[in-house]
Design a protein around this ligand. Structure first.
Ligand code: HSE
Length: 374
């Protein structure tokens, strides 16, 4: 396999290192803006030269972001090149276009590293859905947020200090708002739901709340009540109705999710035959993520692409109900739905996820966290 590698940041550099001594997988060209010189690969700023090079059969996209990643990946598929990408934003946003296009052009496409970094989550999800109905997917999908929340809970760090540590360790996206506002997790649960349910989730119907406004006082109050706060995603299909959402969630201290440390992820599927299956590992970082890119390349050598059927766009209704911890703004709706108070915060009665997120949209400085169902 001869690779045209797009991007030479955290993941791209990792892919180059991990394939350096392989005979079956070679990085032939690297397209990037950095001024690097590599002993055994040509470095260029010209993507077109990858397209025009007939010896390159596979494009590995590790640039991140939507543009120009989308244009490059689309052009590479059109040119008959196989694709491996670690780009969740790209795959969540253009799933209903790129999957059918790859099939039409007869090229293989894989994107395992897009969710869960080094965990073989998406590749196993693809396998799991062949032999049963998947009812639910989700969990801890963002290493940066988990690192921040874990550092605040276990080490008593402040939010800013924990975030800057996560950035130094290379976990955070270039723009950390993507992580801390839940957008990265949002892309990941949309992509996971697409694969699990064989659909293309209408992303405008999936709300996300992040951890930007969490304070030490919240963390202390959760501890007092026996909970740990985690950023949790959910994609659920029940009676043909889709629920999909992301928000901080309070997990009872003994549960597996409560004990996930540092940049680790814990992602779970519930299937009609397998029941609950969870996948644990490093969800971010150079070599864990590059490992899954290289695994995908190896699968391509064996002729294995993603073949999830695509059953059209589906909107989430999010009528499911949860209780929520709400600290920040208060108004009549919140008072009406209050069940108890924890310090300055209100804990609501069960309210629909869609109603809570609609309220939050009008009160953007407020911190919310869902409580487990009783
Ligand atoms: N910024 C992401 C995270 C990287 O922290 O999980 C992996 O997608």
């Amino acid at each position: 396999m001869k690779i045209g590698l797009l991007g030479f940041g955290v993941v791209g550099r990792g892919v180059y290192d991990l394939t350096a001594n392989r005979e079956d997988i070679q990085v032939a060209k690297v397209v990037c803006l950095e001024d690097v010189s590599l002993p055994d690969a040509e470095v260029t700023r010209d993507f077109q030269s990858v397209l025009n090079d007939d010896t390159i059969d596979t494009v590995v996209e590790a640039m991140g972001g939507l543009h120009p990643a989308y244009e490059f990946v689309r052009a590479a598929i059109e040119a008959g090149k196989n694709i491996v990408t670690s780009n969740k934003a790209l795959m969540a946003t253009f799933y209903d276009e790129l999957i059918p296009l790859a099939k039409e052009k007869g090229v293989l496409l894989r994107c395992t590293a897009a969710v869960g970094g080094g965990i073989g989550w998406l590749s196993e999800l693809e396998r799991a859905r062949r032999s049963q109905t998947i009812e639910q997917v989700g969990g801890i999908m963002n290493g940066t947020c988990n690192y921040i929340l874990d550092s605040m809970t276990r080490l008593g760090l402040g939010y800013d200090e924990a975030l800057s540590q996560a950035q130094k360790l290379g976990y955070a996206e270039a723009n950390p708002t993507t992580d801390v506002d839940g957008i990265d997790t949002w892309h990941k649960v949309i992509l996971s739901s697409n694969i699990a349910f064989g659909i293309s989730v209408d992303e405008s119907t999936v709300p996300a709340a992040g951890i930007r406004h969490i304070k030490a006082e919240d963390v202390a109050s959760f501890k007092e009540h026996g909970y740990v706060c985690k950023l949790i995603s959910t994609g659920m299909m029940a009676d043909g109705k889709l629920s999909a959402f992301v928000h901080p969630t309070l997990v009872p201290m003994g549960e597996p999710e409560a004990n996930v440390p540092a940049n680790y992820n814990l992602i779970t599927l519930i299937g009609t035959a397998s029941g609950r299956m969870s996948f644990y590992g490093q969800g971010a970082g150079r070599y864990p993520t590059a490992y899954n890119v290289v695994q995908d390349c190896t699968d391509l050598l064996q002729g294995k692409g993603f073949y999830s059927p695509y059953g059209g766009k589906v909107a989430a209704d999010n009528a499911v109900e949860r209780r929520f911890y709400v600290r920040g703004d208060k108004d009549a709706w919140l008072e009406e739905n209050a069940q108890e108070t924890w310090g300055n915060a209100i804990v609501t009665k069960p309210v629909s996820v869609s109603a809570m997120h609609a309220w939050l949209k009008a009160h953007p400085g407020t911190f919310i966290a869902a409580l487990p169902n009783e």
